[in-house]
Ligand binder design. Structure first.
Ligand SMILES: [Zn+2]
Length: 111
């Protein structure tokens, strides 16, 4: 699965993009996706769009696009992800709290 990459300019800066997209067993070009597992956070891979399909026969095509991550980078990324997720949970809790307060106020005004 020798691809090769080219550098393309995007809004986020320069990014590496595959030149050759692998074709999986069902004959369609694989999709480039990003893994968010603990072992490979942010690492991109090729997967078939029929991977979890109920219509077509599920396809187990899988091929890493990015090289393995250095252990140090993994630790840093996972730490950041954890912080972002904790932040989101906190924000969600606050939002629910305020919605509850607003509903309470509305009920108090109405009755
Ligand atoms: Zn496939």
């Amino acid at each position: 699965m020798e691809g090769g990459m080219r550098r393309v300019a995007t809004r986020m800066g320069e990014m590496e993009e595959p030149i050759a997209i692998p074709i999986c067993g069902c004959g369609v070009p694989a999709h480039l996706r990003t893994s968010w597992s603990n072992d490979n956070p942010g690492r991109r891979f090729f997967g078939c769009k029929n991977h979890d399909s109920l219509v077509y026969q599920p396809c187990r095509f899988f091929s890493w696009f990015d090289p393995p991550m250095p252990p140090r980078a993994k630790v840093v990324l996972l730490g950041l992800l954890k912080r972002i997720r904790a932040n989101e949970v906190q924000r969600k809790k606050e939002r629910i709290f305020w919605i509850f307060i607003i509903i309470l106020c509305v009920l108090l005004i109405l009755y």
